[in-house]
Design a protein around this ligand. Structure first.
Ligand code: 2HG
Ligand code: ZN
Length: 491
């Protein structure tokens, strides 16, 4: 286990050097300015920070990191602050500095021949998608928080989302990367090559590192041709097994057409339609579960509507699907997606919830949902399972909303017991305790058990080699014992 020395609060001299380097727009120290950066989206973590740095470019970022590192000050990189696992929240000591990338927000270049885009870390995923689309291409990464989530955070957490089934996770889209190392050196890996076998693929080390090895500053992403046709449908199904039967039917027809294949439980959908303004179910009656399927193709003259109707028609006939609605316009397609993308927001409005972002082999999803629902109901009577997610790639958000009327704090106090109950079943089904949200500050306690032995030992050695002082995002990924200076649990 690496023995990291204690981390320091920034000295007055450091803060004035940072002020001179970054200017008034680049350094926040007033408590009221700093506070918004100290609570996560779920409001599970309430930390404090000595300052927030907002560098305008890589040179400023690198210099600021070097100054902080020299004093042994903890740095917490933060993108859109949309982490579901407290990955970007400073601890309660007030000694850490948050580094916010939002001023580094330029789309530098889109190359139509190479089909790549070079984007700075602070560009929101939505802005990057829009820029790619305006250039006649597509950035095929799509997540519910894309309006706020920034490229740097999306890559640092290896986000997955709705299109993984077709295009892979963020990792698969990264051709090149520039990152600032924990001592302020810059790793210059901004190459846009499809082939580049020159030793270790260092860029991939930063993808999914959750800011523990350095700060991603710029990336080159692989783009795709823009689809010429997109069709989406919402289907009512009996359960996850029926959803998988429908998935199999679409795959049998043409796997290359499936752009998204999402599952929603009836309970999750009911929360959305009752708690999110403007969300309504376009089917005649509620169902036990739903699938949102999206087909897309760049091929000209592909009769995508006919392809969709062919599979849905057969599924309605054999009872796999009990009802379905096909979007007749772009507005209707977005309305269908709203029902899916507002699940996290609806669950936030419903009270406290415990999230389990888990993955299992696709074939095991029905068993996961059945067993985990029963186990959680036995543990907490009245608990409201609201599973949903990316069933096409085996990633289910097995989320549980508190029982009606229960004290939210009492429910959250059971979070580890609930998470462990689900995790035991996930393990039995050969799955992972974190599919796309990362480990953050919520799940490091699970690491020794799940990733123990050579795996965690190797991660610790990589961490110690790249960040020997332990200044980069302490408290994330590694169990608290590794970083005695950084309480990993909510304050
Ligand atoms: C989604 O798929 C996000 O909408 C959020 O990953 C999931 O709220 C969640 O657990
Ligand atoms: Zn998700």
């Amino acid at each position: 286990m690496p023995a990291f020395p204690a981390l320091n609060a920034p000295s007055a001299a450091l803060l004035s050097r940072l002020a001179a380097l970054l200017g008034p727009a680049g350094l926040l120290t007033e408590r009221s300015d700093v506070e918004p950066f100290c609570t996560d989206w779920r409001a599970l973590y309430h930390g404090h920070a000595a300052a927030v740095l907002r560098p305008a470019n890589t040179a400023e970022l690198a210099e600021a990191v070097a100054l902080c590192a020299r004093e042994g000050v903890a740095m917490v990189p933060q993108g859109g602050n949309t982490s579901m696992v407290g990955g970007a929240t400073p601890d309660a000591s007030g000694r850490a500095i948050v580094i916010c990338l939002s001023r580094m927000n330029r789309v530098r270049r889109i190359d139509p021949v190479d089909q790549t885009m070079e984007v700075e870390a602070g560009v929101t995923l939505k802005a990057a998608q829009d820029a790619a689309r305006d250039a006649g291409l597509m950035l095929p990464l799509s997540i519910s928080s894309e309006g706020s989530a920034q490229i740097g955070g999306v890559l640092a957490t290896n986000a997955g989302g709705n299109n993984t089934v077709r295009y892979g996770n963020a990792r698969e889209l990264v051709l090149g990367l520039e990152a600032v190392l924990p001592d302020g050196q810059v790793f210059h890996g901004l190459r846009r090559l499809r082939k580049d076998n020159t030793g270790y693929a260092l860029r991939q080390l930063f993808v999914g590192s959750e800011g523990t090895l350095g700060i991603i500053s710029t990336a080159i992403l692989q783009l795709q041709p823009q689809p010429r046709a997109v069709e989406a449908a919402l289907c009512a199904v009996a359960d996850a097994a029926a959803a998988l039967a429908l998935f199999a039917a679409f795959r049998a027809q043409d796997p290359a057409l499936i752009q998204a294949f999402e599952y929603m439980s009836g309970a999750g959908m009911e929360l959305v339609t009752t708690l999110v303004p403007g969300a309504s179910l376009p089917l005649s009656e509620p169902a036990p579960a739903y699938v949102l399927v999206e087909l897309a193709t760049p091929r000209p003259n592909a009769d995508l509507r006919a392809a969709l109707e062919e599979v849905l028609g057969a599924a309605l006939e054999d009872g796999t699907v009990s009802d379905a609605v096909i979007a007749e316009s772009e507005g209707q397609r977005l309305a269908l997606w709203k029902l899916r993308e507002e699940h996290a927001e609806a669950q936030r409005r419903a009270g406290a919830s415990v999230k389990n972002d888990v993955s299992v082999p696709v074939s095991h999803v029905p068993e996961l949902i059945a067993r985990a629902s029963a186990a959680c109901a036995a543990l907490v009577p009245g608990i409201r399972p609201a599973p949903f997610g990316h069933i096409g790639d085996g990633n289910i958000h097995f989320n549980l909303v508190q029982p009606e009327g229960m004290d939210p704090a009492a429910f959250l106090a059971m979070d580890h017991r609930i998470m462990d109950t689900v995790a035991d079943i996930v393990r039995d089904l050969d799955g992972s305790f974190s599919a796309e949200h990362g480990v953050g500050r919520l799940k490091p306690y699970m690491m020794p058990d799940w990733r123990g032995g050579a795996e965690l030992a190797t991660m610790r050695r990589i961490k110690a080699a790249i960040d020997p002082r332990g200044v980069m995002n302490p408290g994330a990924i590694f169990p608290p014992d590794d970083l005695p200076d950084s309480p990993a649990h909510p304050s």
